[in-house]
Design a protein around this ligand. Structure first.
Ligand SMILES: [Zn+2]
Length: 259
């Protein structure tokens, strides 16, 4: 009976144009992120990509580390204000197909710290928010960093796991061969261990060059994010996507970042 009711609700919602990005995989959690699938066809629309690193209470002086309650407050605020979280892949597809939902936002985490799984993941789930995690593949499972099982679990609930190279080297300083190996090696790791393509790249330390971009393109990287500040739009170069770094700040400052 419950199942029948759920199925009917799903059919009605789908006929109304409610767009489901991912389904649950057996537990109660389900991300229904895009609340309305409207085609605004607005070439001026901009999408903010937020950049986080660590979420924990152990390092209050470090601006790359956000206290758990502050992160929670921010995700609650996004939920209360009807933001539609997209993975980076969904955001790029939305830009290419003129299908950007109202209040779009992309949440990204760099490096793959274990606190992303322990502290951020439960808060993201509570608020039906999805995120993209750029992991350094040689560090996966190495104490401070998430294990392959954690990454797989997050991926199965709609989170996106992407490429932050194998060693976190400053790519623009490397030889052509080493740049190739850094990106390709991470793609292979992600394919073999997580079952994803790893075709979106975050440049370690934000360092890139034309040579890096050419190699990324050769390796079928669809888009790459930097640490330059700004939002993305139709006009953005796919290999130079800007982001907005979130340091410890008040909720009023957070609101201002997105305005
Ligand atoms: Zn990094």
């Amino acid at each position: 009976m419950k199942r029948l009711l759920l199925t009917s609700i799903l059919v009605i919602m789908m006929s109304l144009g409610v767009f489901f990005i991912s389904e649950n995989n057996g537990d109660k959690f389900e991300i229904v992120s895009i609340k309305e699938n409207k085609n605004y066809n607005n070439k001026n629309i901009k999408i903010p990509i937020l950049m986080y690193h660590s979420i924990n209470d152990n390092d209050p002086e470090n601006k790359m580390v956000l206290p758990i309650n502050m992160f929670k407050e921010q995700m609650l605020w996004l939920n209360d204000n009807d933001f539609n979280s997209l993975t980076l892949d969904e955001a790029i597809m939305a830009l290419e197909n003129d299908l950007i939902p109202e209040n779009p936002i992309v949440i990204t985490f760099d490096d793959g710290y274990v606190d992303n799984y322990e502290n951020a993941f439960p808060i993201l789930k509570e608020n039906n928010i999805k995120a993209t995690f750029f992991v350094i593949t040689n560090f996966v499972g190495d104490g401070y960093y998430m294990t392959a099982d954690m990454l797989k679990e997050m991926q199965s609930t709609g989170m996106e796991i992407e490429n932050h190279t194998i060693d976190h080297a400053r790519l623009s300083l490397l030889s052509r061969e080493n740049i190739y190996n850094e990106i390709k090696g991470a793609q292979e790791f992600l394919r073999d261990n997580i079952g994803v393509r790893g075709d979106y790249l975050a440049y370690p330390f934000g360092w890139y060059s034309n040579k890096v971009i050419n190699i990324a393109n050769e390796l079928n990287i669809k888009a790459a994010v930097t640490i330059q500040k700004g939002k993305i739009s139709y006009k953005s170069n796919r290999y130079k996507l800007k982001r907005i770094e979130v340091d410890p700040m008040s909720i009023e400052e957070f609101e201002k970042l997105l305005s």
